[in-house]
Every structure is written in C-alpha cells, then in structure tokens.
Design a protein around this ligand. Structure first.
Ligand code: DGL
Length: 269
C-alpha cells in the first residue's frame, strides 16, 4: 500500500497550498489532487450541498485507491469530517491540526479564526479549540471577499484593495487575540497582508501547513510512507477548464505546476 498515492481534495485551487507543504515534507510521495473547480466556491453553500459534494469528492479519490485522504478545504473539513472518518483509509481535514497548533501557540488563550462563511457558521474550530483548552476564548470572523481577491491576483503584500478589505474584516480581532487561524486554503497566499494588519505579536496558523505535518505523522504511525528513494509526483483532476487550473495553480503551489492535469465530468462523480 505504501506506493499508493495520498488523495487530496478541495473546492478548487486553494488546496494546492497544502500540496505545496506535502511536497516540501514528503517529496517522495505520489499525490492525486482533486479540485472541484466546476463547483467552486463551496464557502457560501449550505451544509446539505457541501456534504453531498464532499461525499462525491472522497469517492473519486477512493476510486483511485489512495492510501490516505486529506480534505484540504476548510469548508469541507468543518462540515463533513464525519464522512471522512468513515473511509477505510486514514483521513484528516484541517480542523484538528489547526486547533492543536493554535492551542500550542497561544499565550493568552485568546484565539481568532478567519474562514469562509460556511466554516464560521459550523463552529467546528471553536469546538475543537475548546475540546483541547476549555478556557480558551475564540473570536470568529468570516472573510468571504478574500477568496475572490486571491483568485483575482490581488495578492501583492502592498495591494491596497486587499489591505483595505483585510483592515475592515480584521478590525474586531486586532488587539483581541494573540493567535489567528487562517482556516481557509486561500488565506496563506495573503498571509503577509493579514499579518501586517494584525500587527506584531500575533501568531498566524497556516492550517494547510499544519494539516500536511499531521498527515506526515499519520502516515508514519500507520507505516504507510513511500520508499524514500521514490520519485514522487502529482496528478491533478479538475471539473472545469484544465488550462485555467494550470495557469493559476502555480500561485498556490509557489512554483510552476508540473504533472498531468485531467478533466473530470462533474456529472460522472
Ligand atoms: N477551499 C475553500 C475553503 O478552504 C475556499 C474556497 C471556497 O469557498 O470554495 O474553505
């Protein structure tokens, strides 16, 4: 089983920020990435629809005989993790890894969470944080404009539009928290802006990076790591135009996207 791929999925491109960390930590692993670019965004949808999509996305990866499934999507992780837990292979979303990292990082027990509207409405992160630290105070803020800003390329650390939006969203959290969880796949791309608005002394938790680290531990303890001499590599599957994914994917991966990108018909899921 060790030579089989790790399955990673997201509503679209954002999960590539997790793939980037997986490449860094485990370059020898094969990855199959499913991005539901034909149905993105997930973050504004109802729980019922999200669970249906999550089930289809996971079934797609299982069909490819992956050895582990990672929901690299804050929205799926916060609404459908119980579906992942029923899979016959190890599963992780971003919630527990991010909550654990935040609880370890905080000095005051005051933790902020920023994410899509669906993730914030689920209250999954406040629950996970309080399960680890019952005395923690959690401040949550949905930041729905961040996703289109990132996808639109408004990502330069000096971008005035993104900065203005960040100042508006983050005003209630500024000064209130010492740790802030970026609980959406897209947010690490604008972490420099978020960090500078929040100010010095606030630790940003990159949920994708924490999830990749957690996946490494899970694979290690299940003795499922690939041969260290294996070449690794990623295959991508998307439900909308392949060219768009190839063009913007590099922004999220932090390097040019290499590896085959295939189109999947959403009606066949
Ligand atoms: N992938 C989603 C998340 O991390 C953000 C994009 C979307 O709304 O689909 O919550």
């Amino acid at each position: 089983m060790n030579g089989q791929a790790i399955g990673v999925f997201d509503s679209g491109l954002g999960g590539l920020t997790t793939v980037r960390q997986l490449h860094r930590l485990m370059p020898e692993e094969r990855i199959i990435y499913f991005g539901d670019t034909g149905r993105v965004p997930y973050g504004s949808r109802s729980r019922e629809i999200l669970r249906k999509y999550a089930q289809q996305d996971m079934a797609f990866l299982m069909h490819h005989q992956v050895k582990m499934v990672i929901a690299a999507c804050g929205t799926v992780s916060s609404t459908s993790a119980d579906l992942g837990a029923q899979l016959p292979v190890p599963f992780t979303g971003i919630i527990e890894p991010a909550a654990r990292a935040a609880v370890q990082a905080t000095r005051t027990g005051r933790i902020g969470v920023i994410a899509t509207a669906a993730t914030i409405a689920s209250e999954a992160l406040p629950r996970a944080i309080r399960a680890l630290r019952p005395t923690a105070t959690v401040y949550s803020q949905a930041c729905p404009l961040f996703v289109p800003l990132v996808e639109g390329g408004f990502t330069d650390p000096a971008d005035p539009v993104t900065r203005m939006v960040a100042e508006r969203y983050l005003a209630p959290l500024r000064g209130a928290v010492d740790t802030l969880i970026l609980a959406c796949t897209h947010y690490p791309i604008i972490a420099p802006i978020i960090g500078s608005v929040m100010g010095d002394g606030v630790t940003l938790i990159d949920s994708g990076a924490e999830t990749a680290r957690h996946a490494l531990r899970v694979l290690d303890s299940a003795h499922l790591r690939a041969d260290p001499a294996a070449p690794g590599g990623t295959e991508y599957y998307v439900t909308d135009r392949v060219q768009d994914f190839e063009r913007i994917g590099g922004l999220f991966l932090g390097q040019q996207l290499t590896g085959d990108v295939h189109h999947v018909d959403v009606d066949q899921l």
